[in-house]
Design a binder for this molecule. Structure first.
Ligand code: GDP
Length: 428
């Protein structure tokens, strides 16, 4: 059985928690895209962890954790995470790294910074983790695969070729110091011994696991609206965040994916620039921000305050459609317990016309939220163990959203801990 866990909207929906939960009975957890630019927060018996590149199955001693080929793999960062986990009681997490995954190079991070500086007030609000330059190089066929570390001549030649190209840009566009191919080669070669114990042909491994009927989780990063094809382009990330891509980024057949758990949060948050139709500001936003997540809505990697908004049915319906949601996991509903009334964005008004279809970016910039208010429940619902025991208005909120988005909500999360989870029978 293969399950994908992906985000419905902008990311930070609580995928880490749902993966951690579903990883309990998973044999394998795979990261299939993205890099160290986003983070999952996981709170379990070992403590609280912000995972960036590490698959969320590392907390289960029997689970094998795979870095899939679609990942932007930052070796020093990964080693730091591994050391951190070991220092916190995880003696020997099982890890495999695809032999075809590409390496985040030191110059990718530098170019990310230079480009944001060059763009000045038109910048994307990048986390400067090198993601866009990494994927640009990958698709322009200038990337370095991890297997190249084991073939020194190939590595040397590929680094030289990349540096020759980049030095033209550094000299003429960015006016920054040039790259020294030899120094980079030596630095990158030093990764080899660190990763050698983990690098295998993960495709063969996974196909064998599929034959044996193993349970496999595909762990996505960010959300559908950050997908470069279908998201809010160009305010997207640089690798596909969709469950459809999980098959590619992991290296399994697309028809093997049976379940697509699409995680949606009971309110909205976003990072970086770009249109955010249901956004709220000032005091109203700050109240929600401070109560949100497990310790306020601040980036797990960057610490940046997240932009806040009401639940957006238009965006979430679109996100669930793109993901092919078989199940919606609806998280952080406990956060809304302070509100008398809860606004929900049920449509967009664009040039005086109401729509429920998620528009292309130039139109999205013009969209105004059409809000409907639902009655709040005004109590703390953390600690409730059965869905049926939730206050009536909380259940009404979930029913309403399920109707609006048109996809079945089967999991409701009422707190950041692994145990704070309610199973729900969908009504659609
Ligand atoms: P991810 O990248 O999708 O895993 O999301 P993040 O981990 O960045 O953000 C989700 C935040 O919400 C984290 O702080 C989680 O601990 C927290 N969280 C997850 N589920 C719940 C929930 O049901 N209630 C509350 N209050 N916080 C939650």
């Amino acid at each position: 059985m293969v399950k994908a866990i992906v985000g419905a909207c902008w990311g930070d929906e609580g995928k880490g928690k749902i993966t951690d939960l579903l990883a309990e009975d998973a044999d394998i957890v795979i990261r299939f895209q993205g890099g160290s630019n986003a983070g999952h927060t996981i709170i379990n018996d070992y403590g609280k962890f912000a995972l960036h590149q590490m698959p969320s199955g590392v907390f289960n001693p029997h689970t094998v954790n795979i870095i899939g080929t679609g990942v932007a793999f930052n070796v020093p960062y990964f080693m730091k995470e591994l050391t951190y986990l070991k220092e916190h009681g995880l003696t020997d997490p099982k890890i495999l790294i695809s032999d075809r995954v590409q390496l985040m190079m030191p110059y990718h991070i530098a170019f990310d910074t230079y480009e944001e500086e060059r763009l000045s007030d038109k910048k994307f609000g990048s986390t400067k983790s090198g993601i866009a330059p990494f994927y640009a190089d990958k698709y322009a066929k200038r990337g370095i695969q991890i297997c190249d570390l084991f073939y020194e001549d190939v590595l040397k030649e590929r680094i030289q070729a990349a540096c020759d190209y980049k030095n033209v840009l550094l000299a003429n566009l960015y006016h920054e110091p040039l790259l020294d191919a030899k120094a980079i080669y030596e630095e990158v070669l030093s990764y080899r011994d660190l990763v050698a114990p983990y690098v295998v042909n993960t495709v063969e491994y996974l196909h064998q696991a599929l034959k044996e009927g193993k349970t496999i989780l595909l762990e996505g990063q960010l959300g559908a609206l950050k997908d470069p094809d279908h998201g809010i382009y160009p305010m997207t990330t640089s690798s596909s965040t969709l469950a459809g891509f999980a098959a590619v980024g992991a290296g399994i057949p697309p028809h093997a994916i049976e379940k697509v758990y699409t995680v949606a949060k009971a309110y909205s948050s976003a990072v970086g620039s770009g249109a955010f139709v249901s956004e709220i500001f000032g005091d109203e936003a700050q109240q929600l921000r401070l109560r949100g997540g497990d310790a306020g809505e601040f980036g797990a990697t960057t610490g940046r305050p997240r932009r806040m908004g009401w639940f957006d049915c238009v965006a979430t319906r679109y996100g669930c459609m793109l993901q092919g949601a078989t199940d919606v996991a609806f998280t952080a509903i406990d956060v809304l317990g302070y509100l008398d009334e809860i606004p929900v964005c049920v449509g967009y008004e664009i040039d005086g016309k109401m729509t429920k279809e998620f528009p292309v970016t130039p139109l999205l910039e013009k969209a105004k939220p059409v809000l409907e208010k639902l009655p709040g429940w005004k109590e703390d619902i953390r600690g409730i163990k059965e869905y049926e025991d939730l206050p009536e208005n909380a259940k009404r909120y979930v029913d309403f959203i399920e109707q609006q988005i048109g996809y079945p909500i089967t999991i409701v999360s009422n707190g950041p801990k692994r145990s704070e989870i309610l199973r729900r029978t969908p009504k659609i």
